[in-house]
Every structure is written in C-alpha cells, then in structure tokens.
Ligand binder design. Structure first.
Ligand code: HEC
Length: 140
C-alpha cells in the first residue's frame, strides 16, 4: 500500500522535475556536499549509523527504515509525506522546521544549489527512481 502511494507520488515528482521551482542538481557536486552527511549517513549500503541509511531514500516513506529508531516526529511526518525532491529540499534546508522534534542534529544546507546537488546524488543512489524513470519514458 505504501509502496503504491510512494510510486504514485514519485511519478508526479519525476513528471515535474523540469519545473523551475528547483534548481537542477549535479550529482557529482552532490557527492562533495554529502561529506557533510557522512558522519551520520551512508548511501551505498543499508547500514544505519547515527542516522538511517539513505540508500533508496527517494520515494521512501519518512521514518520507515527497519531497525532504525526514529524520533516520534519523523514517524508522524511519514504518515503524510514521502521523500521526494520537494520534501527533501525543505527538510535539508531547515530540518527542525519541517519535522518537529527530529533528532537529526544538523543545522541545514542554506544554499539551494547545495540542496539540489545533494538531492541529485541521493537520487543516483535510489533504485526505485531509476526503474520509474524508465517506466515514465516508455509511458510517454
Ligand atoms: C549529526 C548527524 C547527522 C548529520 C550530519 C546528518 N544527518 Fe540526516 N539524520 C540524522 C538522524 C539522527 C536522523 C533521524 C531523524 C529522526 O528520526 O528524526 C536523520 C534523518 C535523515 C533523513 C530521513 C531518512 C528517513 O529514513 O526517513 C534524511 C533524508 C536525512 N537525514 C538526510 C541528510 C542529509 C542529506 C544530510 C547532509 C546534508 C544529513 N542528513 C546530515 C543524523 C544526521
């Protein structure tokens, strides 16, 4: 059920990816930005560190990695949201404003470009997006 929903939302997001609301991200630069996240997160495996693994985070329900103990705020946020370019952009700018009571001790990325780049990098490490992109291509 949640899978269905996230796939649906993803489709909408991918369709809107060229919308001017978001600066286009550069995954290569995003890898550098991700250094700021590395103390607490990995993207290339499902290992949780201080924070949950961010592998396949795109299209995922917030707070849904098994065996990771999230804050109540993140679980509540996941009841109505899915991680996509838009929700990640907001969360990464001001984590505590978007997810009340989040335990992610990170001030945020103030530069829009840094957020767009790191989101592109996270997208590269999300299989579901790659599959969906193919599907979206053949659908259109
Ligand atoms: C000091 C450690 C720390 C740093 C640095 C950090 N995070 Fe986090 N992150 C966390 C913790 C802890 C959580 C769990 C938050 C909660 O449960 O409220 C989290 C949660 C997240 C989530 C939600 C994941 C999910 O499974 O729902 C995303 C997305 C995220 N972080 C992205 C980032 C990115 C991108 C960066 C770098 C720009 C970053 N974080 C930097 C500790 C950190």
């Amino acid at each position: 059920m949640t899978m269905k929903l996230s796939t649906l939302v993803l489709g909408v997001v991918l369709g809107g990816i060229a919308a001017p609301a978001f600066a286009e991200g550069d995954a290569k630069k995003g890898e550098k930005v991700f250094r700021k996240c590395k103390a607490c997160h990995v993207v290339d495996s499902d290992k949780n560190r201080v924070g949950p693994s961010l592998q396949n985070v795109m299209g995922r329900v917030p707070g849904s990695v098994e065996d990771y103990k999230y804050s109540k705020g993140m679980i509540a946020y996941g009841e109505e949201n899915v991680w996509d370019a838009e929700t990640l952009d907001a969360y990464l700018e001001k984590p505590k404003d978007v997810v009340k009571g989040t335990k992610m001790a990170f001030a945020g990325l103030r530069k829009e470009k840094d957020r767009a780049d790191v989101i592109a990098y996270l997208m590269e490490h999300s299989e579901e997006v790659a599959e969906d992109e193919e599907k979206a291509d053949s659908d259109s």
